[in-house]
Write a protein that binds this ligand. Structure first.
Ligand SMILES: Cc1cc2nc3c(=O)[nH]c(=O)nc-3n(C[C@H](O)[C@H](O)[C@H](O)COP(=O)(O)OP(=O)(O)OC[C@H]3O[C@@H](n4cnc5c(N)ncnc54)[C@H](O)[C@@H]3O)c2cc1C
Length: 515
């Protein structure tokens, strides 16, 4: 155990230092918190890489009702309408709050926010910073705000490995840092550890975003919601680099079009064309590629020489790969990008486990339904960080004896899981492949190796995808192409997922191995 850190006991513990963790910590001030981040502060987080921006109804032709209507339409019948309404009403204040914290958003001449357009938004409502450098600017400002807030104690370079639960409530968090394991006695823990893209081979997420927060919650007995809904971004840069750089939706918002290697604009005839919801565009590209074509995003006419000024980050990585986006089409393909599912939470961010809250991409509030509307996630993190902080501050639990630290599991490594999940739970899915993935993942999830936690999350994704016998939003089954008449959300616990895997196992021997 590391010595000298016992003063952290009794603080609210927050796992993750992206926008969700940082905003929750700031909103809880001056209440003492310990902010745990496995990467150095401001380094590895999806937030840092965000390009497009944050959605909020700020234009004079816009309203929270119009923003809500677009969010519900993209969510394909599965959004929680009350959450959508609350979110779209609060979104404009969330942007003001970030501006007050020092985020330098791009502005127009009169001082108002410069508003971008993205796919499936009926209005220009995307606030951005530094063109496509929104995430960098957010992290710069929020890390600076956290560093000047005395109530926030940062433990970076520490990985959360287990939640300690006694008598059905959270009692502590086991973290592992440079000097070994450290037990934080905490009866209030907020998981803000980001998404699951790192469970896939083709992903736009930092490789450390492999659902570790979901694994901690699931192993502690908390419910996950809608884990099968993984959003595939249609236009990741199709090069050898992993994670894959993203070519933001905002490029299509500025008029860029999708073509194949023959120059055919293959989405021209479909509703919404290139600005249809993400799941629709991702499937169109997937099909085109399955027919043996290559797919490109062509910004030559729409942006031409303006490309590098409006999208400096994208222009830079294109140039590094030898492509000039002002004069050449950009090669693109779909990649795992965002998780609509996550730890099941209520409107206050409370999970099904006493003492555990979740915020940001790790949480499933029901806002995104079956398919997230572009740029709703950063705003969601800010809006719900406020709700989580209020709920945490208002909760009081009787203190017991210090929790007993469990044995620390090894550092998690998703490498063995990636090929299994990618083959079965990608853009197009089918029952046989998913059943095969469930059979492969269950023994890994039950093991004690580095892939056990990633496998537990991947198993829950595969089980929920196998059980959802319909196609809706980002979940598309070749063997069940129609949408069920009734939309229902999934809730799933790890023990139920393992029991399901056991029931599916073809032989008694295999069933016994899963006990
Ligand atoms: C390339 C890219 C572009 C995007 N563009 C946009 C956009 O324009 N607009 C938009 O709304 N959304 C965008 N998104 C999605 C959005 O960025 C994320 O949903 C959002 O940033 C998630 O924030 P978060 O705080 O929940 O998680 P993250 O920002 O991913 O932060 C997670 C934190 O948890 C830490 N962590 C993880 N596991 C552990 C552990 N076991 N112990 C300790 N720490 C841990 C990580 O180190 C990190 O600090 C984009 C995503 C990507 C990848």
């Amino acid at each position: 155990m590391s010595a000298g850190l016992h003063t952290l006991d009794g603080r609210v513990a927050i796992v993750g230092a992206g926008i969700a963790g940082l905003m929750t910590a700031l909103r809880l001030a001056p209440r003492p918190v310990v902010l745990v981040s496995k990467a150095p502060l401001g380094v590895e987080a999806s937030t840092l890489w965000a390009q497009g921006g944050l959605a909020a109804a700020l234009g004079c032709d816009d309203s929270p009702q119009l923003h809500a209507a677009d969010t519900l339409a993209a969510g394909d019948g599965l959004c929680a309408p009350r959450i959508v309404e609350r979110f779209t009403r609060a979104a404009p204040q969330a942007i003001d709050e970030l501006a007050r914290l020092g985020v330098a958003f791009d502005r127009v001449g009169g001082g108002g926010f410069a508003l971008g357009l993205e796919a499936a938004h009926g209005r220009r409502r995307i606030v951005h910073a530094g063109g496509d450098g929104t995430g960098r600017e957010l992290m710069r400002a929020l890390v600076a705000a956290a560093r000047r807030t005395p109530s926030i104690r940062v433990l970076d370079g520490f990985e959360a490995r287990r939640l300690v639960v006694e008598d059905g409530a959270v009692r502590g968090l086991l973290v592992v840092g440079p000097a070994g394991p450290l037990m934080l006695a905490a009866d209030k823990v907020v998981i803000a550890a980001g998404g699951v893209g790192g469970l896939y081979e083709d992903s736009t997420n930092p490789s450390g975003s492999f659902g570790h927060g979901l694994a901690l919650a699931a192993r502690a007995g908390a419910e996950l919601a809608d884990p099968e809904f993984v959003q595939f971004h249609p236009t990741a840069f199709d090069g050898p680099g992993r994670p894959m750089p993203l070519v933001s939706e905002a490029v299509r918002g500025e008029g860029a079009v999708l073509i194949d290697e023959t120059g055919e604009r293959f989405m021209a005839g479909s509703p919404g064309a290139e600005l249809a919801p993400r799941d629709v565009v991702a499937r169109a590209i997937w099909r085109r590629r399955a027919e043996g074509h290559r797919v490109f995003l062509d910004a030559r006419q729409a942006l031409g020489d303006r490309f590098a000024t409006r999208f400096p980050v994208i222009a830079a990585f294109c140039r590094e790969a030898g492509i000039d986006p002002a004069r050449q089409p950009i090669p693109v393909r779909p990649a795992a990008h965002y998780h609509m599912g996550g730890i099941a939470v209520d409107a206050e961010g409370r999970s099904s486990l006493r003492g555990l809250w979740a915020c940001g991409e790790a949480a499933s509030t029901g806002l995104h339904g079956a398919n997230r509307l572009a740029s709703n996630s950063l705003t969601e993190a800010v809006v719900f960080a406020g709700a989580v902080a209020e709920s945490v501050a208002g909760a009081s639990f009787a203190r017991g004896a210090p929790p007993r630290p469990p044995k620390a599991p090894p550092a998690a490594d998703p490498a063995a899981v990636r090929p299994i999940l990618s083959a079965a739970a990608g853009v197009m899915r089918n029952g046989d492949d998913l059943a095969q993935a469930v059979a492969s993942l269950a023994p890994l999830a039950l093991g004690a190796g580095p892939c056990a936690d990633p496998a537990a999350v991947a198993l829950m994704i595969a089980v929920a995808a196998l059980q959802r016998r319909e196609s809706r939003g980002a979940h598309c089954r070749a063997d069940f192409p129609d949408k069920a008449s009734q939309a229902r959300r999934t809730t799933l616990r790890l023990d139920s997922a393992l029991a399901f895997a056991r029931d599916c196992a073809p032989t008694a021997l295999e069933r016994r191995a899963l006990v």
